[in-house]
Design a protein around this ligand. Structure first.
Ligand SMILES: Cc1ncc(COP(=O)(O)O)c(C=O)c1O
Length: 359
């Protein structure tokens, strides 16, 4: 891959102490045109982020043929910078692109692009506790034509933003409040739920606006077929702790195979938990929270890392007020997992250092 570098120096990156997620952009943008069936001769450029402008007829804006990833670069224990599980993100990006019949960015090219991009920003990767550089690779239909159909050409971009704590209130972390309504559907069998594609997020906006009106942070989506078994949240996977079991819904084609989810399943035994991927219904969860059998629940994803859940608001019937199902115990195991994962992100455990791609 050839990369032309054309940006202004010195680079600067300003963000407040508690940056709003996704709002403070680093100064650089990676851009590469990709054609269908392209296997070599990849030519890219790294430019000033602010130099970008779009044609209003851009096909991706109208018809949503767009896939992306969300990953983070962390300041490492040794002072360097490292990208967390770059290989798994490269694999999932390719899978999403295939699902959406797009041009494919080979995994090696994806990894090289991310590495070269972060290398330019190495000095700007936040080093404050709980902070990181959120990386957003994006592939979208670049045709400038108002006609639905797969693109002839695609843009592959990488942009990045400052990331601090995801669920905060005035800088204080708080437990997440989650809305559940069986009529809300995000994805369905045979659909695109397991791809990280724009339309899935568009589908979650209506339900999220209802959730927000009840003061909830996220929606927990139930499966489209039975309106009962748990899929995932709008932008996160979910786990429940029952005794020494760490339960998460199995992959069923409707949910994203989260990199954080996969990492937590691998780390569970370190905190004395046994991971279990299985179909789990919301009725079971609700009863077990009330009886105390389920002691903790948490959401997880690259953006939020691990966020303890404080309560579910279950709206069985629209005509009635939602039922509050609160988790009363302290999130002890959840916080143990979070501390461990935070350490892994920063390269503090040799055992997991092959999860970090040093740049
Ligand atoms: C729908 C959805 N589920 C789960 C996740 C968590 O995935 P990951 O841990 O790879 O960030 C995300 C976040 O990207 C998501 O958008």
């Amino acid at each position: 891959m050839f990369i032309n570098r054309d940006f202004h120096k010195p680079l600067s990156f300003d963000y407040p102490e508690h940056p709003k997620f996704g709002a403070y952009y680093s100064p650089l943008l990676f851009k590469m045109k990709v054609k269908k069936a392209q296997v070599d001769d990849f030519r890219a450029e790294i430019v000033d982020f602010k130099s970008q402008s779009f044609h209003p007829g851009l096909c991706a804006l109208h018809y949503g043929q767009s896939v992306f990833e969300g990953m983070k670069a962390y300041r490492q224990k040794d002072g360097g910078a490292g990208i967390f599980r770059l290989d798994l993100h490269a694999e999932r990006f390719l899978k999403s692109a295939k699902k959406m019949v797009m041009a494919e960015v080979p995994q090696e090219i994806f990894k090289q692009a991310l590495t070269e991009y972060v290398r330019e920003l190495k000095d700007l990767v936040p080093s404050e506790e709980g902070h990181s550089l959120y990386l957003r690779p994006l592939l979208f239909n670049a045709d400038e034509v108002i006609k639905v159909g797969p693109g002839q050409e695609y843009w592959f971009y990488i942009m990045s933003t400052a990331a601090g704590s995801y669920f905060t209130s005035g800088g204080e972390s708080k437990k997440a409040k989650v809305y559940v309504n069986p009529k809300f559907i995000r994805a369905f069998p045979g659909g695109n739920g397991e791809a990280k594609t724009a339309g899935n997020y568009a589908a979650s906006l209506g339900p999220q606006s209802v959730a927000s009106s009840y003061g909830c942070d996220q929606v927990l989506f139930l499966n489209a077929l039975d309106h009962e078994s748990i899929d995932e949240m709008g932008g996160m996977n979910v786990f429940f702790i029952e005794g020494d079991q760490l339960i998460t819904p199995e992959l069923n084609g409707c949910i994203l195979n989260g990199v954080t989810r996969r990492s937590i399943i691998s780390l569970a035994s370190e905190v004395g938990l046994k991971p279990l991927e299985r179909k789990i219904g919301f009725s079971e969860v609700s009863e077990k929270i009330k009886s105390g059998a389920i002691s903790e629940a948490f959401a997880c994803g690259t953006a939020a890392v691990i966020a303890p859940i404080g309560e579910f608001l279950f709206q069985k019937h629209d005509s009635q007020a939602p039922e509050e199902i609160a988790l009363k115990q302290d999130s002890v195991k959840t916080m143990e997992l979070l501390t461990l994962l935070n350490g892994v992100h920063r390269g503090q455990f040799d055992k997991y250092n092959d999860w970090i791609f040093k740049v």
